[in-house]
Design a protein around this ligand. Structure first.
Ligand code: C5P
Length: 415
């Protein structure tokens, strides 16, 4: 059996964190697919998994100590970092990410990561607050600018009892991202079949999901968006070879393998993240952004009874699509908006195209009886300055695949 990973060599850096136990499963999956896996463990990692279990699974020597003379004679850290085809850091702790972002090299793991001339894939894992901390956001931005790839983290229950983004991607997802890398940055999308990658070397930015606008620390304004259409678009963009950035509000969907996920909650955060990701070749605004936020969200939980009903004053949220479509600099070549309408779908979409200043509106009917919002299927109309194209009802993934191929054509991208 030959796989994408046959004969490939992966250097796995295991950082400190409870998620380190999942890296054992990752090693097993990689070995099953005939990859060679060599592991480096940080000092903190050995608090969570043993060197012996890592060595038994990799069937290779495990490297742990920067200043081991024997290791330096057998294989120095520079050689170690270059002998692999890809470096994978799983779990990538906040500390390891900070070191990498700033070029610190004070142990074997960080030294190797600094010395390598190969691509690095990070599978971040940390507490929700640590992941959302501006320092980590900054470090992630720096690392991405350096060309570092990421997979995850996912939303979910954390070992510390909190809920949110920070859970390391599952071993199967990390494996998929590794395979995607070796397959040339793209995973075959089910049903795509053509294998053509017209968006290779292009950057596609996609917003997806709802936004949550806080009322107080425990309540928020939201909507019924599932994020499915946006996630399917991200999957399709990866399949066509694009560097795919998915800026997503809170949803319960797995991150499409190969896409880089930037989790956000509010419209303001979404705009900030989108702007930080520009320039891009194509920007697709599939998110159901809340039109309003509570002007002054309370820092404390609002109490029932005391002083009658809360007086919630609303403020208008920034229009992300309009801001990007009308930007003086860094405007993507193709800016696509979505219009969820319950009546006069095409007419309203035409008006929206003009108002927003985008190149294309993908319009759909979200009347309750159509089951589009939160559902699996969609009927869309493509509205541009040159006319309207109406498509039959299709599965959202098929809609995404066809849309992405259409967008690639519109920017003149050829396979
Ligand atoms: O204005 P309306 O919500 O109908 O427009 C929908 C389109 O605009 C979608 O593409 C949506 O993602 C985008 N939008 C946005 N920021 C907002 C509101 C909508 O990007 N604040």
């Amino acid at each position: 059996m030959l796989t994408t990973l046959s004969g490939r060599s992966v250097l796995l850096v295991i950082g400190g964190g409870i998620a380190a136990y999942k890296s054992l499963e990752l090693i097993r999956l990689l070995k099953q697919r005939q990859a060679k896996v060599t592991a480096i463990m940080t000092k903190a990692a050995s608090e969570f998994v043993t060197e012996l279990s890592v060595a038994s699974l990799t069937k290779e020597k495990v490297y742990t100590d920067l200043f081991s003379l024997t290791d330096e004679v057998e294989m120095g850290h520079i050689e170690l970092s270059r002998s692999a085809d890809l470096l994978v850091v799983a779990p990538a702790s906040a500390d390891l990410m900070a070191k990498m972002a700033h070029g610190l090299a004070n142990d074997l793991a960080s030294t190797t990561l600094l010395a390598t001339d190969k691509k690095i894939l990070l599978a971040p894992a940390m507490n929700v607050r640590m992941w959302q901390h501006p320092a980590t956001r900054r470090n992630l931005g720096l690392l991405k600018a350096d060309g570092v790839l990421t997979v995850g983290p996912n939303d979910g229950e954390m070992a510390c009892g909190e809920y949110g983004p920070g859970r390391m991607a599952e071993p199967a997802e990390i494996l998929a991202a590794i395979e995607a890398y070796f397959a040339g940055g793209a995973l075959p999308l089910m049903g795509a079949g053509t294998g053509s990658r017209p968006l290779a070397g292009r950057k596609v930015l996609i917003t997806a999901g709802p936004t949550h606008e806080p009322i107080d620390p425990v309540r928020y304004i939201a909507n019924r968006s599932s994020g499915r259409q946006g996630y399917a678009l991200a999957e399709a963009a990866v399949a066509l070879g694009a560097e795919t950035i998915l800026v997503s509000g809170p949803v319960h969907l797995p991150i499409p393998p190969g896409a880089q996920m930037m989790p956000v909650e509010t419209a303001a955060e979404m705009l900030k993240t989108v702007e930080a990701e520009l320039p891009a070749d194509i920007a697709i605004f599939a998110a159901a952004v809340a039109d309003w936020r509570v002007a002054a969200a309370s820092g404390e939980k609002l109490k029932k009874g005391a002083g009658g009903l809360p007086d919630l004053k609303l403020a208008e949220n920034p229009d992300i699509l309009k801001t990007v479509a009308q930007a003086k600099s860094k405007r993507p070549k193709l800016v696509v908006g979505f219009a969820a309408e319950t009546q006069n779908v095409v007419e309203n979409a035409k008006a929206k195209l003009a108002k927003k200043g985008c190149d294309l509106i993908v319009a759909n009917d979200v009347s309750a009886d159509k089951g589009v919002m939160g559902g699996e299927r969609n009927t869309v109309h493509l509205v541009s300055a040159t006319g309207v194209e109406s498509w039959p009802e299709l599965d959202k993934r098929e809609v995404a695949r066809r849309l992405m191929e259409d967008f690639a054509r519109r920017i003149g991208a050829k396979a």
